[in-house]
Design a protein around this ligand. Structure first.
Ligand code: PLP
Length: 389
């Protein structure tokens, strides 16, 4: 397969070779089950998990008991929202979230509505940000949990999490934040003091797929019902055999993501800005979320008079990028994130999400600018509306 240039790092990242090397022994020689208490196979696996947990907790400055391993952020989102709702529903039934959350959160909220939850979906402004006054007003005695993602996977827009946390504390409400896109791109120094729960996925930071963890603050764990029962692992909060190689790999990936975070952030924002400047030279191009604080690696850009599906199809030979639209067999729907920001259906459909990562070079950026500029012009050349505009 002749792969195109990869600029879709928010979707997933390649596993770092150092991560893979660290994982390999736990597939073969050290393959034991960490719950096997009676022989060295189990002891070695258990020690590997304990070391990885200690490593993650010291890197993120959290307690080891605040880490609950899961298969990734989707599972963590299910675990937190369903776990809190089911444990606390005698106290109220409101869940507060935002229209621009990842589908994993929106789908779980929709599911919980069938169990009786009253879900309030907060609006965002044209820059993708929630209104803090609206959040404060929406929280009531009936509110069980507020769920706001830290950084958006499509636009990169970063929500003011510290201020959101302040409001939740004042109102005595639990706060969950999907930080899947934040880790490795934003320093998380104070983040864990702000939130009660958070979720992470290793495959966004050059770790393996199918592993992540829920951060559950010690004092908030009483509000969480166990989500997967069986075997009693993880203090009965999440049953199932520990995925030793993946946990070891995730610890390594987190360690690598913390190294040179500031330098890598600067490098990526420089590259992203070059890309943004280059593509802004295209007529009638709009950068979405430009006025907000954004992830250093993400560019979300819309082009008028271009068919987004055709553009993506044409680009896919040379560059792997994405748009946020959801495809089902009958129709293509524009991104719910962009429409919530007030962007019209057609323009939302003519949007690219370009996300850079640690293997992106300046040469890649120049190449991407050339290819996208050429392809947009080509699409417009065959669009009568472009001439008549
Ligand atoms: N939340 C955000 C913001 C994401 O970007 C993703 C992945 O695309 C998820 C949740 C789901 O993560 P996973 O697929 O690892 O379960």
């Amino acid at each position: 397969m002749n792969y195109p240039l990869y600029l879709d790092y928010n979707a997933t990242t390649p596993c770092d070779k150092k991560v893979l090397e660290g994982m390999l022994p736990y597939f073969t020689l050290d393959f034991g089950n960490a719950s096997s208490e009676h022989h060295p196979y189990g002891w070695v696996a258990k020690e590997a998990i304990e070391d990885a947990t200690l490593h993650i907790s010291s890197l993120l400055k959290i307690d080891e008991k605040e880490i609950i391993y899961t298969s990734g952020s989707t599972e963590s989102i299910n675990a937190v929202l369903k776990g809190v709702y089911r444990k606390l529903k005698h106290k109220g039934n409101q869940i507060l979230t935002v229209k621009t959350e990842h589908k994993a959160t929106l789908d779980v909220c929709e599911y919980l509505q069938e169990e009786g939850a009253d879900v309030t979906y907060l609006d965002v402004d044209g820059n993708g940000l929630i209104d803090l006054n609206a959040l404060a007003l929406a929280i009531s005695d009936n509110t069980l949990i507020v769920s706001v993602m830290y950084a958006n996977n499509e636009t990169g827009v970063i929500q003011p999490m510290e201020a959101i946390a302040k409001i939740c504390k004042q109102k005595n409400t639990l706060l969950f934040s999907d930080a899947t896109q934040a880790i490795g791109k934003i320093p998380l120094d104070n983040f864990f003091s702000w939130v009660d729960f958070a979720c992470f996925s290793a495959h966004k930071i050059y770790g393996p797929k199918g592993i992540g963890f829920t951060f559950a603050k010690l004092e908030s764990q009483a509000s969480l019902q166990s989500f997967i029962q069986g075997g009693g692992q993880q203090r009965k909060l999440r049953g199932g055999t520990y995925n030793t190689p993946a946990i070891v790999g995730m610890a390594k990936a987190i360690a690598l993501s913390c190294q040179n975070l500031e330098a890598e952030r600067n490098r990526l924002s420089n590259l992203r800005n070059q890309l943004e400047e280059g593509l802004s030279l295209i007529e009638e191009a709009t950068i979405n979320g430009k006025k907000s604080d954004r992830l250093c690696n993400t560019l979300n850009i819309s082009f008028e008079y271009v068919d987004g599906q055709q553009l993506l199809a044409a680009l896919s030979r040379n560059i792997a990028v994405s748009n946020g639209s959801a495809c089902n067999s009958a129709a293509i729907n524009p991104s719910h994130v962009l429409t919530a920001m007030g962007i019209g259906r057609n323009l939302a459909l003519s949007t690219l999400r370009i996300s850079l990562g640690k293997y992106t070079t300046e040469e890649d950026i120049q190449k991407a600018i050339l290819i996208i500029t050429k392809e947009v012009a080509k699409q417009r050349a065959s669009n009568l509306l472009w001439d008549r505009r």
